[in-house]
Design a protein around this ligand. Sequence first.
Ligand code: SAH
Ligand code: SF4
Length: 436
Amino acid sequence: MTSRLAPPETPGPVPAIVSGTATEPPPGSASGARPEPAGEPRPAPRRDPRPGLSGLGEADLRAWLAGRGAPGYRARQVLHAIWQGLASTAGDLRPLPASLRAALDEAFRIDTLVETEVRVSDGGRTEKALHRLSDGALIESVLMHYPARPGSRERHTVCISSQAGCAVGCPFCATGELGFSRDLETAEILDQVRFAARRLRADGRRLTNVVFMGMGEPLLNLDRVLEAVTALTDPDRFGLGARHITVSTSGVVPGIRRLTALGPQFTLAVSLHAARDPLRDVLVPLNRRWPVAEVVAAARDHARATGRRVSYEYTMISGVNDTDEDARALAELLRGELAHVNLIPMNPVAHTPWTASPLPVIERFAARLRAAGIPVTIRRNRGVEIGAACGQLAAERAGAPPLPVVARRRERIVAASVAALRGERSREPLEAGVGD
Ligand code: SAH
Ligand code: SF4
C-alpha cells in the first residue's frame, strides 16, 4: 500500500515539435473536430485505402509476397524493419531490394501517422503527441518517463488511443466531450507505440509499458485492440511482456467477459469513478446499460479466472464523488476483491463545471479505503499544463464551442449530478459532446 502524490511542477515553456511529411489538409479539418467557421470551406480529406503495414503478421506478409512471386523469407525482414528498425518510410525497409520497398510502399502505409505535433512538459518527463491520420482524424498518445527508484528500474510508458473520440461521453473527459468519430485500425493503434519507441531509441532508451488509456473505449474496438496486443507481445514483432500492457475500460461487460474467456492477455483496469448507480449513471453514462454491480461482478470473475488483480480507476471530483459516503460505498463494493484502487485528481477540462478534489480530501478518502483493507495508490496528474488528460489537445484543436452551448452543457451536468447526489436515478440520456 503506497501513497504517492508528488507536487506538480511549475509549468515551464512548452516546446512544440512537429514531425511528418503531410501536405494534406491541416488538423483543423479533422473528423471529430467541430465544423469549420463559414467562409473557410475545406475539402474533406479522404482516408488512405492502403492498409497500415504494422498491422500485418508474418502469415499476411508471406501471402502478399507469394502473390508477387517474392521469397517468403522476406516477410521476416519486413517484420524486423517495422518492429526493430521502427521504419516510417519505404527507405527504412532495408535490406529489402528497392523494387520490393517500392511495391510495399504502393500497397501499404509504412506509417499511418501522417503528421505529429509533440509537446513536452513536466521537466521533460511527459511528452504529449497529437497525431493526424490520413482522413484528418486527430488522436493523442502520451509518453511518460519514470526514473529508477529503489527496487524498481526506470520505466517509459506510452498511453495510446484506441478510437478517434469516444461514444461513452463521460462529462469530465475531454474525449467524451468531442463525441465519437471512428474506430482506429490495428496499425493506427500500433503506430502510436512505434512512434514512442522511435523517440526513446533516439536517446538510447526502450519502451517498457503500454497502456490503453488515451482516447476511446478499447472494449468497443476489441477485435483491433486484441490484434494490436498480439503484435505487441509477439516475440518476432515488439516482444513486450503481457504484464507490461494495461487496457482500461469504462465497463463494457460483454467485452470483459470475452477477455475472461480468452485468458490473461494483459492487465485490466476498470474506470469506476462512483460506487453508486445514480452518480455513476452521470459520470460514466454507460452505467445505464451495465450498472456498477454487473461491472464489478465481471471484473471479479476476470480476476479469479486469470489470477490477475484488477485495477480500479477513480477520478476524484471535488464535492461530487469524494465524500465519506462515497468512500464507504466503494469499500463495500470492493471488499474481499482481488483489486487495487488508483485515485486520480481530476485533470481540469474546459467546459465542465468541476475541479479536482483537494489533496487532504483525497488522502482522507484513501485512508478510509485502506482501513477496509483495500490497496490504494494516489496518482499525480501528469502534464496538466499540456492537457495530458485524454482528448484535451484534440479538443483544443477542435476549437471552442459557442459560449451558450458551453453554458447549457454545464447546466445539464450540474442538474444531473445534483439529482444524483440526492440519490435520484435519471433515465434521461446525457448527451455526448458539446452539441445542441
Ligand atoms: N475509455 C477508457 C480508456 C480511456 S480513458 C476508460 O474510460 O477507462 C482513461 C482514463 O482517463 C479513465 O480512467 C478516465 O476516466 C480517465 N480520465 C478521463 N478524463 C479525465 C480527467 N479529466 N481527469 C482525470 N482522469 C480522466
Ligand atoms: Fe470515453 Fe474513457 Fe473518456 Fe469516458 S473516460 S468518455 S469512456 S475515453
